[in-house]
Write a protein that binds this ligand. Structure first.
Ligand SMILES: Cc1cc2nc3c(=O)[nH]c(=O)nc-3n(C[C@H](O)[C@H](O)[C@H](O)COP(=O)(O)OP(=O)(O)OC[C@H]3O[C@@H](n4cnc5c(N)ncnc54)[C@H](O)[C@@H]3O)c2cc1C
Length: 437
């Protein structure tokens, strides 16, 4: 989902660790063999990097024609970095409105430059494009359900992937495994990677009459308040011929349908007459798993737990972690010529990932705790979002995933304003609560 992440500033990219590749022996007369389980953005990006780098790659996807339940908002930098063609984009969102619990609206795209936008895609379109590209790079796509991953008990012995294809059971022996099989990851269970807390997100795709769709042409909306979620936000995202209306929660998963009614109620006049064409729900991980690498198995994307709090953004981080992991294996194996081990994966993938993104994830976690905790704090958040400096910092760090050039004086002002808004809204919030008692 689109970021609400001012100050979500990743650390400047660290200079790559000097190449200290695997000292493992060369593979006799064959290439390193990798299985990538899951063909979403994480898996396809990992498979593309592995196959292009000379590793024999198998990409497993249980349902290539399916659509992952998702808002489908991606940052601008992903288009260039992952060479996503313009024709895949349903909508170029240049305007955003954020609605406070009391329904005060703030326009949140005022600082966007003429070429800047949030890209809205349908996941079925994006995922099949990324999978095809992995295939063109040399990965073999297997349209099958992986039912088990057998972990070897002898060092250096292969991992065995059990899978079902067209009703028949098969197995494949591989040297290394990338678990990109999403929030309910079977690979994570096989390597005893431990659990993470999940939110549940619910979304309806609603086809609107033409005149109502026109309103959402280049506009996305976010709604916050106890009526739409106790700890997240509700959204209306425009797609090719419909809008995606949804919400999420960690704290009260069994109440998700109540919150979905809440967001529908808030947008009622704008979606009246619309026809629900799809209803979907899926877990969203809240933090990384305790273990992300064990032996020669690495987890990426949702399987690893790479979704930011506060914004619920995971597509870019899935594709990025998949690519980083694939490239790490290529480096460590000398282009598929040598075996890799756990230390190689930790050094070449995990260390690099953590250095680049841990602070961003922690910061957004803190923001969620401060601003989504009560209706009073949410009012303060919306008030702050009206500030042009806050908007510029938020969009720059969301769209480009890199350090936005701050201004010390403006930063100090923003801090004072944040505290001021929180204090003011707490008082306002307490007064409102007293009035409603
Ligand atoms: C309702 C909702 C809205 C969201 N909106 C946004 C948004 O607007 N922007 C954003 O950035 N993020 C959003 N997210 C988060 C985003 O969807 C995920 O972070 C992202 O999809 C993670 O990609 P992935 O490749 O790691 O996993 P997934 O996209 O979940 O892909 C996993 C793939 O593995 C396959 N698979 C699973 N098990 C097996 C198996 N045993 N055998 C074979 N294949 C298997 C699945 O079929 C699937 O294709 C949203 C999430 C939800 C639930």
């Amino acid at each position: 989902m689109a970021a609400l992440s001012f100050l979500s500033l990743p650390l400047p990219s660290k200079t790559s660790i000097a190449a200290s590749y695997s000292s493992n022996p060369p593979l006799p007369g064959r290439k390193l063999r990798a299985a990538v389980i899951g063909g979403g953005p994480a898996g396809s990006s990992a498979a593309e990097a592995l196959a292009s780098g000379g590793v024999e790659t198998f990409l497993f996807e249980r349902s290539p024609s399916n659509a992952k339940p998702c808002g489908g908002a991606i940052p601008l930098c992903m288009l260039a970095e992952f060479q996503i063609p313009n024709h895949l984009i349903d909508r170029h969102v240049t305007r955003m409105k954020i609605f406070s619990p009391s329904n005060l609206a703030v326009d949140f795209g005022k600082t966007l430059l003429p070429h800047e936008f949030i890209a809205m895609l349908r996941r079925e379109v994006l995922d099949s494009f990324l999978r095809s590209r992995a295939e063109s790079s040399g990965a073999e796509l297997i349209s099958g359900l992986v039912t088990d991953l057998k972990v070897p008990t002898i060092t250096g012995a292969p991992y065995v992937v059990d899978y079902v294809v067209g009703g028949s059971r098969r197995e494949l022996a591989v040297d290394v495994v990338v678990g990109a099989d999403g929030a309910n990851s079977r690979v994570a269970k096989s390597i005893r990677a431990g659990d993470y807390t999940c939110a549940i997100a619910f979304q309806e795709r609603i086809r609107l009459p033409d005149e109502k769709m026109k309103y959402y042409e280049n506009l996305a909306e976010m709604y916050i308040g106890n009526d739409v979620s106790p700890d997240f936000y509700g959204w209306v995202f425009p797609k090719c011929d419909h809008v995606a209306v949804g919400t999420g929660t960690v704290r009260a998963k069994q109440e998700i349908k109540v919150y979905q009614r809440g967001i529908r109620e808030r947008v009622k006049p704008k979606i009246n007459g619309g026809k629900v064409i799809k209803v979907e729900a899926h877990p969203i991980p809240e933090h990384p798993r305790p273990v992300r690498i064990r032996g020669r198995v690495a987890l990426v994307g949702d399987a690893a737990g790479y979704v930011t709090k506060c914004s619920g953004e995971g597509i870019y981080f899935a594709a990025k972690s998949g690519r980083m992991c694939g490239e790490a294996i290529v480096r460590a194996s000398d282009g598929g010529e040598r075996m890799v081990d756990e230390r190689d994966l930790k050094r070449e993938y995990l260390k690099e990932w953590d250095a680049k993104y841990v602070s961003t994830f922690r910061f957004l976690d803190l923001l969620q705790k401060v601003f989504y905790g009560s209706n009073a704090a949410r009012e303060a958040l919306v008030e702050l979002c009206g500030d042009e400096y806050v908007q510029r910092m938020t969009f720059e760090s969301y769209l480009y995933k890199k350090l936005a050039d701050g201004n010390r004086w403006e930063d100090a002002k923003m801090l004072v304003n944040s505290i001021g808004s929180l204090m003011r809204c707490k008082i306002i919030g307490e007064k409102m609560e007293a009035l409603t008692l």
